[in-house]
Design a protein around this ligand. Structure first.
Ligand SMILES: [Zn+2]
Length: 427
């Protein structure tokens, strides 16, 4: 393993309130020293970091790696490479693989097969057997096997009583239950937001109410069960408001915002077609503002991509038929830098908190710090460097990216995992 000396970086660690110019030495997979004017030991690789930020690696609590079952779309390996290219050193994978991650064996298989890849994979396990919504999985056994959370993401558990029982069990284990909120019967054709644009296109669409109803139910169930409920990909202004109210009441709720919901509104469908189709859908400009504000004020705790690769053939089926989902790992940091920091004046330190410290803390992942003895999971990025997004060059197998061709400020230069250089930008 290389010894690495990062020279003249802007060292940023939100939890340590550290924002200072300096050097950082990595040896044997750990942060060996942090300071000024560090000298390179014999044989060390020296990385000139002028103009760049060195920070704890990013964390994404919501990705779909399609492995097992749909490895033509993504594998654990390509997903991890995409994560590393985006500056992520830990991801939480969703359970809707084929078969679903609903047994301890499936959890162990995921952990076993992701060893040595370019990102740490923390599997979430299914709430119900086969994501069928009828029978709860064995939470205790799944947790013992290494599941970090429970989720039927992609689907809502419609049976409220069953989901209340699931929350009670998750609470007993002290693990979060991560929810995709969409009220059965209200989902329409799941093509896009129901509104003027869907009407124009002759599509039924999915109303904001579908999401809001279910957020309300799950907040109430969380309050009554004492579970930690994590609301995924909040896309509506009212959703943000309800979460703020629940937090004020002391409900143990956390929530995520996806980069696409902060950068795009429903009109993006007219431009990008099915590459702007996901669930929940892109909403109105007012909703976009509310999600951005929600993230900046901390009502929404973390950025999560909902990275969801599909094949070009599937995405060619048109708005009504194509599957929901867009990829996001390789653009998340730059989109957030652009939309939140550059456009709206959100402090970079606060963004790093939402993209690394907060998600680690919320899902009980091991801490990472820029200090002696910490595991060396690091990202080096230039927050100002302009680049044009080129989806054809992505490490992900997915190409379904609405930001293809966008000019964004913010480029990941290097990602280090346990002291290993797992990604390096070539220009
Ligand atoms: Zn979802």
């Amino acid at each position: 393993m290389t010894t690495l000396l990062f020279k003249d970086a802007r060292l940023m660690d939100p939890e340590l309130h550290l924002d200072t110019p300096g050097d950082l030495l990595v040896a044997d997979g750990l942060v060996e020293a942090v300071g000024q004017g560090l000298t390179a030991p014999e044989g060390a690789r020296v990385v000139d970091c002028r103009g760049a930020v060195l920070a704890p690696g990013l964390v994404d609590l919501h990705v779909h790696f399609r492995d097992p079952g749909q490895t033509h779309k993504e594998t654990l390996e390509t997903g991890c490479r995409a994560a590393a290219a985006g500056g992520f050193t830990s991801v939480v994978t969703m359970a809707n693989t084929k078969p679903a991650i609903d047994t301890p064996e499936a959890v162990r298989d995921c952990l076993e097969r992701s060893k040595g890849l370019s990102c740490r994979v923390h599997p979430a396990a299914a709430v119900t057997v086969g994501l069928g919504g009828r029978e709860l999985t064995d939470f205790q056994a799944l947790a013992r096997a290494g599941a970090v959370a429970f989720t039927d993401d992609g689907l809502t558990v419609g049976d409220g009583a069953l989901f209340f029982e699931a929350m009670t069990r998750a609470a007993a284990l002290g693990l979060p239950i991560s929810v995709h909120c969409e009220a059965p019967g209200f989902e329409g054709d799941r093509s896009m937001n129901r509104g003027d644009i869907s009407a124009e296109l002759g599509l039924e669409g999915t109303p904001a109410l579908a999401e809001e109803l279910m957020i309300q139910r799950d907040l109430l169930l969380a309050e009554k069960s004492g579970a930690h409920v994590h609301i995924q990909h909040v896309s509506t202004a009212l959703g943000v408001e309800m979460i703020a109210e629940a937090k004020a009441l002391g409900t143990h709720v956390t929530a995520e915002a996806a980069p696409h919901h902060m950068a795009l509104d429903e009109t993006a469908v007219l431009k990008y077609g099915t590459n702007a189709k996901m669930s929940p859908p892109l909403r109105t400009p007012e909703d976009v503002e509310a999600v951005c504000t929600g993230l900046m004020t901390g009502v929404l705790d973390v950025v999560a991509t909902d990275h969801a690769p599909h094949t070009p053939e599937e995405k060619a089926r048109g708005m009504a038929e194509a599957p929901n989902g867009v990829i996001g790992l390789e653009t998340s940091l730059a989109v957030c830098l652009e939309e939140l920091c550059h456009e709206r004046g959100f402090p970079l330190m606060a963004l790093l908190e939402r993209m690394s410290a907060a998600p680690r803390h919320m899902f009980h992942l091991p801490p990472v710090h820029l200090r002696h003895g910490s595991v060396a999971d690091l990202v080096l990025f230039d927050p100002e460097r302009k680049r044009v997004v080129n989806a054809s060059k992505f490490q992900s197998k997915g190409r379904n990216c609405p930001f293809d061709g966008w000019r964004l400020r913010g480029a990941v230069l290097m990602t280090v995992l346990g002291g290993r250089e797992v990604y390096e930008r070539d220009s």
